[in-house]
Ligand binder design. Structure first.
Ligand SMILES: NC(=O)c1ccc[n+]([C@@H]2O[C@H](COP(=O)([O-])OP(=O)(O)OC[C@H]3O[C@@H](n4cnc5c(N)ncnc54)[C@H](OP(=O)(O)O)[C@@H]3O)[C@@H](O)[C@H]2O)c1
Length: 346
């Protein structure tokens, strides 16, 4: 458990207020987050999407900071094994304490099988960093469910995974006597969503609206997906974070690593990839720098419960999170997502 002083040490001044998007990115490059040096000894930690990018950066740090057991949940086991090899080589971490597990967030079957297997592989789970995500350049639908691919992977399957691992986090909290931690990788982009892009007519499904081919536009959808991440976080906080006595036994938060150079745009055609490359050179943090925010987010305990953490400060959610209208949209989104998750729970 981090001390109050340690938690305080994670906090910074944050960027100047009211910076527009590009200036905020530029500030972010010049001012990377603090690199946490707090021990994770005694903790079992799960990171999804940990073979590359921010998830890999975070896994490497968890190992360097002495986590007792590290679970790398990856879509392709060979990539996970390669990540494990690199982590062991870089940190001298005991290879026996890294478990690579297959998890395809595009498949409910895979999510359910992963959760079953996780219970076999570890009796405790102190920290879950749900980070796996995609940013598709063009519309694709999940072949099994029909939902738009990012909505499926980043939102619906992430919510299902969270709901299914929360019992294990709670079980661990009872054993350790302190809340376990669930952190979602979100984005500041959720603040840039226009209300009309998530408003629905009476009786209209929000998920169906977001999933329609004619709605698709890479940037608009990415931001809307991250708003949905904030909505899922709030749904989990309000419905899954407390024990029978009403005490918080799983602290839940979300974090934005800033604009980072990772593999996220790997599927973009050259004419989009090229300007992104230029943007990354001008204002992109490295994956290592961005992953610092993921690590610090998992250390915030009750201070960070329910909050959005970025650039070493807590930031209020956008209008579509805090306003009365935003709260109504959140309730609608959460109900639709929960209905699917209940249906898909074993
Ligand atoms: N980069 C940024 O500027 C930025 C900013 C804010 C938030 N984020 C968020 O940070 C998270 C990580 O992104 P990143 O930038 O590190 O991108 P990345 O380098 O592309 O890493 C994404 C990770 O997610 C995994 N993944 C994708 N689809 C999956 C699936 N169906 N099942 C299991 N794993 C899957 C990938 O596995 P494979 O390698 O096998 O595909 C990879 O490990 C995402 O949620 C992203 O939205 C990124």
């Amino acid at each position: 458990m981090a001390t109050d002083a340690q938690i305080k040490s994670l906090m910074g001044a944050g960027p100047p207020e009211h910076l527009e998007k590009l200036s905020l990115f530029r500030w972010g490059k010049k001012n990377p987050p603090k690199d946490p040096k707090i021990s994770f000894a005694g903790k079992t930690i799960l990171v999804t999407g940990s073979n590359t990018g921010l998830g890999y950066g975070a896994a490497l740090k968890f190992a360097a900071l002495g986590a007792s057991k590290l679970i790398l949940a990856v879509r392709t086991p060979a990539k996970g094994e390669e990540a494990k090899r690199k982590i062991v080589q870089a940190t001298k971490y005991d290879a026996a304490n890294i478990i690579v597990m297959q998890l395809d967030m595009a498949s409910y079957d895979s999510v359910r099988a992963f959760v079953r297997d996780l219970r076999v592989k570890t009796s405790t789970l102190d920290v879950a960093l749900l980070n796996a995500g995609i940013a598709p350049p063009k519309y694709t639908a999940n072949p099994t469910t029909g939902w738009e691919s990012a909505l499926q992977t980043n939102i619906i399957s992430t919510a299902l995974l969270a709901i299914l691992i929360i019992p294990q986090l709670k079980h661990t909290a009872v054993k350790t006597g302190r809340p376990s931690q669930l952190t979602l990788t979100s984005s500041y982009g959720h603040k840039y969503v226009a209300a009309k892009d998530v408003q629905t007519a009476p009786g209209e499904s929000l998920l169906k609206k977001l999933s329609a081919p004619e709605y698709f536009n890479p940037e608009k959808c990415y931001n809307a997906i991250k708003l949905m991440t904030e909505y899922v976080k709030l749904g989990l906080v309000n419905n899954y974070s407390k024990n029978a006595k009403g005490e918080v036994d799983v602290t839940i938060n979300s974090t934005c690593p800033g604009y980072c150079t990772t593999d996220l745009g790997r599927e973009f055609p050259w004419y989009i990839a090229l300007p992104i490359k230029v943007m990354q050179m001008y204002c992109g943090r490295s994956a290592e720098e961005g992953s610092r925010s993921l690590i610090s987010a998992t250390l915030l305990e009750k201070v960070g419960h329910g909050k959005f953490w970025t650039n070493d400060v807590f930031v209020e959610g956008g209008d579509l999170v805090t306003s009365d209208e935003g709260k109504k949209i959140q309730a609608q989104a959460w109900k639709e997502i929960l209905d699917i998750c209940k249906n898909e729970s074993p």
